[in-house]
Design a protein around this ligand. Structure first.
Ligand code: ATP
Ligand code: MG
Length: 207
């Protein structure tokens, strides 16, 4: 019989983070299409991984290819989309991973639900408003979605269609205006916040 194995009925989140020397939290990026959520999320994920932090990005488009491929863009399915992302991010955060989500998530109620899931589990939830003036977003239009929305090919496009408003976060932990900050500066703003809160150190302390 193995003698060096310690049985623990259920590791708590804090025990897990202590053992792994690794924080678990969710960084929730919200903002208009083309505001820069995926771009900043990718750069942030790489920055954390290069500094030995375990991080994983949950991105709008990618998740809709898999976990949420059964969902449409109807109002009910949009709510369900964000609810599932909130639950999955919570699992990653609980496992001591830095979960980074990049979804438009236009409705305050949906974001608040994701926050509550984390709060109830004692997990840190950091809402990041990736803001940009809509005319700048529309000029970027990397996926050609604004053009399609203007042509009426896409209905209910956030920020463009009357029935699809973007509800701005009232009190996000972090605010970035990507018409004023570069991608690198956007990442730095998030990292600075987490360092100030004592969540991250550079270099990482791993013993
Ligand atoms: N400061 C900046 N921060 C982030 N992206 C920027 C910035 N300046 C220019 N960009 C460009 O803006 C575009 C943002 O596209 P991105 O796919 O990241 O947006 P998104 O918010 O994820 O949109 P969607 O909701 O449609 O997925 C990219 O082409 C990126 O290169
Ligand atoms: Mg994106």
């Amino acid at each position: 019989m193995a003698t060096n194995i310690t049985w623990h009925p259920s590791l708590s989140h804090s025990e897990r983070t202590t053992l792994l020397h690794q924080p678990g939290l969710t960084i929730w990026l919200t903002g208009l299409s083309a505001s820069g959520k995926s771009t900043i999320a990718t750069a942030l994920e790489q920055h954390l991984l290069h500094n030995s932090y375990t991080a994983y990005r949950l991105d709008g488009d990618n998740i809709r290819f898999g976990l949420n491929k059964d969902l449409t863009f109807s109002p009910q399915d949009r709510v369900e989309n964000i609810r599932r992302i909130g639950e999955v991010a919570k699992l990653f955060a609980d496992s001591a991973t830095v979960a980074i989500t990049s979804f438009i998530s236009p409705y305050k109620a949906d974001r608040d639900l994701a926050r509550k899931l984390h709060d109830d589990a004692g997990l840190l939830f950091v809402e990041v408003h990736v803001d940009v003036p809509i005319d700048v977003a529309e000029a970027r239009d990397p996926k050609g979605l604004y053009k399609k929305a203007r042509e009426g090919i896409i209905k209910d496009f956030t920020g463009i269609s009357a029935g699809a408003p973007y509800e701005r976060p009232e009190n996000p932990e972090v605010y970035i205006d990507t018409s004023k900050s570069s991608v690198e500066e956007g990442v730095q703003i998030i990292v600075d916040y987490l360092v100030k809160r004592g969540v991250l150190t550079f270099p990482k302390v791993s013993s």
